[in-house]
Design a protein around this ligand. Structure first.
Ligand SMILES: [Zn+2]
Length: 301
């Protein structure tokens, strides 16, 4: 049986917010079964808490922002992708500010922190969002669809008219090991002209070559270069994995993405949730074998 998981003990992450440029501290804490993932604003009286789920998404322009009438928390996607890859179901995330630490612009700061402590099984089974029929979504020239699949697989393509990017594609079965080696360290990227415009507006004040790949019209400006030749599509795939956590249940399916961004992913997640005839919420009797395709190991919850 596959049981829900949480952390054995709290663990802290320190860093700087991308937009404010201010230092921020975040603490992951264990949570009881069937809690889900919650953010708690420690700096606001009454300690308001907000669940990570689609209906709490407030903005998707440059990053995924969740919020209520009281408060917002920005740039949750890198943290969410690390949680998804480690298959953690229940977690309180305390934050003393409106923005998560940016780290080096990848998911690594969160992945490393969560790996420092034991991830423990809890007493109740995991509830999967199990896709039974294809579900398609498009937005302009962007599209996403999901097919039934025994595991979580993402195929992702991007296209940027830039000599260092062009057309890139990745196909990956998501698990802790593949995430660690293929996605966790892929950094966010931006174009110099956009970064300068953001700074004029008082945004991205903490943005630098330390926490993003920055490109001018011809080349990558970071002296150390890229971590992967296709670091761009890897980052977009990591972002998408984080945004899929907004489903509220771990997804089982093969997701195919073209030009995915936070806005498209938010629309796609809403489409998935509303396609009630095309998925079931299930529990798994046995661990999934990623190599051998389908198995009949499901029981209805
Ligand atoms: Zn990102």
């Amino acid at each position: 049986m596959i049981y829900q998981k949480t952390l054995q003990r709290p663990v802290q992450v320190e860093g700087m917010g991308l937009h404010t440029g201010k230092s921020v501290s975040l603490t992951f804490k264990p949570a009881p079964v069937n809690t889900g993932i919650y953010f708690i604003r420690k700096d606001i009286s009454g300690l308001p808490a907000l669940r990570v789920q689609s209906r709490n998404v407030r903005a998707t322009q440059m990053a995924t922002v969740i919020g209520s009438d009281l408060f917002a928390i920005s740039t949750v996607e890198h943290c969410m992708s690390a949680i998804a890859a480690l298959q953690i179901d229940n977690l309180y995330i305390e934050l003393a500010g409106a923005e998560l630490p940016i780290g080096d612009g990848s998911a690594n700061i969160f992945f490393r922190a969560l790996k420092k402590v034991d991830i423990i099984e809890q007493s109740e089974l995991r509830h999967y969002f199990y896709v039974t029929q294809p579900i398609y979504f498009s937005q302009g020239d962007k599209y996403a669809y999901v097919l039934p699949y025994n595991g979580l697989r993402i195929t992702s393509t991007i296209e940027f008219p830039h000599p260092c990017i062009g057309k890139q594609k990745i196909e990956i079965d998501i698990n802790e090991t593949s995430f660690e080696h293929e996605l966790a360290t892929a950094r966010t990227f931006g174009f110099l002209k956009d970064v300068e415009a953001l700074k004029k507006k008082g945004l991205a004040l903490g943005g630098s070559l330390e926490n993003a790949v920055v490109l001018d019209e011809r080349e990558v400006l970071n002296p150390e270069g890229l971590r992967f030749k296709d670091e761009f599509v890897r980052h977009k795939t990591m972002d998408a994995l984080g945004d899929l956590l907004m489903l509220g249940n771990p997804l089982m399916g093969h997701v195919v993405l073209h030009k995915a961004g936070h806005d498209m992913m938010h629309g796609f997640v809403q489409k998935l949730l509303s396609s009630v005839e095309s998925y079931r919420i299930i529990e798994l009797a046995k661990p999934v074998s990623f190599a051998s395709g389908y198995s009949e190991s499901y029981i209805n919850s």
